[in-house]
Design a binder for this molecule. Structure first.
Ligand code: SF4
Length: 292
């Protein structure tokens, strides 16, 4: 198997087979992110991809779920993506889910009929780093799309029958803005059907634009307790049936919940942390993080 540079897969794909389709990110403009800063966007050749599939087949011929790595392999046009997806089926006959990261922008370049065809070929899981559904926060973070874009593009996925997962990032709106960010994001997410929502919390790394803004006093990071309150607000305002996975390393305490069933329980758990752990302890935890 060959992987280029940094290989990143979400925690919930830990049990999926992984294979590289692309390296780097086509966008690279989100102000909080430096994951692929020095890595030009590249697409594997079909031959190299096929070689890896042969290897996977020799070890895990019954693979049912495969994760295609790269910040956004779904950026490939329908015509470019098609041969890679079809060849997976040639080697892994039992594979039922072909999943990958995608940006809202990457859905924009596909027609509904193309999405339906991709679904029929096996694509059934897109991890979308929405981060927020609040217009001001999206714009400040440099995400390059609006809340209306999120609604429009995800409705296309709903129509095509492709499952999708959102990422929400607490703290992204900055100090004093967490409540508004959570309420407005919940309003947008409530109009859609994310199979689950994965929660991260902003960590500022020195090679990001947001870190420089904070250094120059042009951005004030939200406190740790404010972030937990922001998460409580998001949970209170979500009216959809979904899973919430706040269990990546950027969360001070890993929590998961099935909403709305676990709503009260998880809100109480968050309140317990707010009441019993000091801001300083949480800050120290974040200072020692070395990846998202
Ligand atoms: S957050 Fe995702 S889309 Fe934005 S720059 Fe980083 S990898 Fe690219």
């Amino acid at each position: 198997m060959q992987f280029t540079g940094r290989t990143w897969r979400p925690p919930y794909e830990a049990h999926s087979c992984i294979i590289e389709l692309t390296a780097g990110c086509t966008y690279n403009k989100c102000k909080f992110c430096s994951l692929y800063k020095n890595e030009p966007f590249k697409i594997r050749t079909l031959e190299a991809f096929e070689k890896d599939l042969q290897e996977i087949k020799s070890y895990q011929p019954h693979t049912r779920r495969i994760f295609l790595t790269g910040a956004n392999p779904f950026a490939l046009s329908y015509e470019k993506l098609k041969p890679y997806i079809l060849i997976i089926r040639d080697y892994l006959i039992k594979c039922q889910h072909i999943v990958m990261f995608a940006s809202i922008r990457d859905i924009q370049n596909k027609e509904l009929w193309q999405l339906k065809k991709l679904r029929a070929m096996g694509i059934n899981g897109l991890s979308i780093g929405t981060e927020s559904g609040d217009n001001g926060t999206l714009s400040f973070a440099g995400k390059g799309y609006t809340p209306n874009d999120i609604i429009k593009q995800c409705r296309k996925l709903d129509n095509a029958g492709i499952e999708y997962y959102f990422v929400y990032m607490t703290g992204l709106a900055g100090s004093g803005n967490g409540y508004k960010n959570a309420v407005n994001s919940a309003k947008i997410f409530n109009k859609l059907n994310p199979y689950f929502i994965s929660v991260d919390s902003l960590t500022l790394f020195p090679d990001t634009e947001m870190y420089t803004l904070a250094e120059n006093k042009m951005f004030t990071p939200a406190g740790e307790k404010e972030r937990l309150e922001e998460l409580q607000t998001l949970i209170k305002n979500l009216q959809i049936r979904t899973h919430l996975l706040a269990n990546s390393v950027s969360n001070f305490i890993p929590l998961t919940a099935y909403l709305p069933k676990d709503r009260d329980k998880i809100i109480s758990e968050l309140q317990y942390i707010i009441d019993t752990v000091s801001e300083e302890e949480m800050l120290n935890y974040r200072k020692n993080l070395n990846s998202l």
